[in-house]
Design a binder for this molecule. Structure first.
Ligand code: GLY
Length: 401
């Protein structure tokens, strides 16, 4: 074997042994897929959603996943700036174009997903450019989301119409929308007839009641809580995406870990950090050796096709956040290590793919728990998996500098 090839091979083996994460390679490979979609798609309001193979199925702006593609473009733009890539401006323009397609959603009151849709797009745009036009959309989105809050219940309604007095459904995922309210409250946002304090109070009330209603004694979470809209009494706890009503849907658990960590960052109230760490404790205690959970922790299905690597990516971002926010060196070390172990797994085969045969970089994601690997719910690509993978790569990159 030629000497140069031997040296290259030795170098590659050393990199594998040392477990190095090649952030630049992974961001570039993901960016390549994002740019290919933009180049091929003339309709800039057809947002990538899911894929079994090379082509994303798409959704309109009103779908809960619409913010993840523009959000991913903003993360690539941020990385391009950090690394002084020559085509930074192209990334900013792509991100702006796809963000702009979501403008009308700021007035939406028919779903609770405004945090996912508009913080990840307009919120990121404002964070990275400071342009006021992005900020005003986020403020309006918070006002719209606040209309789904009912004081009698003390939680933001997830599903159903805002004036439905027969049912009131809240899901654990809703924790992810509170950052929108907290951020807007501290950036001049208002409820329609109130004050900035109202937005903040709504987020705090929601987090406090979610902490009481969604957690079991072992710190695993229920997915769905049904309440009486008039009295706020709990009627039923169940699942819509997990295996069973009393099981733990893994992505729901990671929404809880991330959402409570984000509430700690926004409020400074330590009880939210404790809640996040307890939820993370359950998650970490039930993880398999490759740091990627099955789509439900009670699943008995073996095989990659029943995993949800998107849950692992969300958890990874949350672990970096916990590690950064905690002032306890033991917590910092534990969660930094958990984040790095997870990211190492997600950035290699079989989870990471730079192949053009796959729409996403992150493979083996699951929308829902399902025992059928061939249906659209499992063994698939989901746009939010790549979004949170990019977030984790940028957090690792910032942490390692
Ligand atoms: N928020 C919807 C989901 O996680 O599937």
């Amino acid at each position: 074997m030629p000497l140069v090839l031997l040296m290259t091979l030795a170098g590659a083996l050393h990199a594998a042994d040392s477990g190095a994460i090649d952030v630049e390679r992974c961001v570039l490979a993901t960016a390549h897929k994002l740019a290919a979609y933009d180049a091929a798609q003339a309709d800039k309001t057809a947002y990538p959603n899911e894929a079994k193979g090379a082509r994303w199925s798409t959704v309109a702006a009103k779908d809960w996943v619409s913010g993840f593609y523009p959000g991913s473009l903003w993360y690539v733009y941020e990385f391009a700036r950090r690394r002084h890539w020559p085509d930074q401006e192209g990334w900013r323009q792509r991100a702006d174009t796809w963000t702009t397609g979501l403008t009308a959603e700021q007035l939406t009151t028919t779903n609770h997903d405004l945090g996912f849709m508009l913080m990840d797009s307009f919120g990121q745009g404002f964070r990275l450019t400071g342009e006021p036009r992005y900020q005003s959309v986020v403020r309006q989105a918070a006002q719209s989301l606040a209309k789904r809050y009912r004081p009698e219940v003390g939680l933001i309604r997830s599903w159903g119409a805002i004036d439905d007095l027969k049912s009131y459904t809240v899901i654990i995922d809703n924790m992810m929308n509170l950052e929108l309210l907290m951020w807007a409250s501290s950036h001049g946002g208002r409820t329609q007839d109130g004050t900035a304090q109202d937005l903040r109070k709504i987020a705090i009330n929601h987090a406090d009641r979610a902490a009481r209603e969604f957690f079991r004694p072992d710190h695993s979470t229920y997915h769905v809580v049904e309440l009486d809209p008039r009295t706020g009494a709990v009627l039923r706890k169940h699942t819509a995406q997990g295996k069973a009503d009393d099981s733990c849907w893994s992505r729901g658990q990671t929404w809880a870990i991330y959402g409570f960590a984000a509430m700690y960052e926004a409020s400074g109230d330590r009880k939210y950090l404790e809640q996040s760490i307890q939820a993370a404790g359950f998650y970490l205690a039930h993880l398999p050796a490759d740091h990627v959970p099955p789509s439900d922790f009670s699943s008995t299905l073996a095989g990659l096709e029943f995993k949800d690597s998107s849950a692992a990516a969300i958890a990874c971002c949350a672990f970096f956040r916990i590690s950064r926010l905690s002032d306890d060196p033991a917590i910092q070390t534990r969660f930094r290590q958990a984040a790095i172990d997870t990211l190492r797994s997600l950035t290699r085969a079989p989870y990471f793919s730079d192949s053009p045969d796959k729409a996403s970089a992150l493979l083996y994601q699951a929308r829902n728990y399902s025992p059928d690997a061939n249906n659209r719910l499992t063994n698939t690509s989901l746009i939010w998996g790549d979004y949170y993978l990019l977030e984790a790569l940028l957090a690792y990159d910032a942490d390692s500098r």
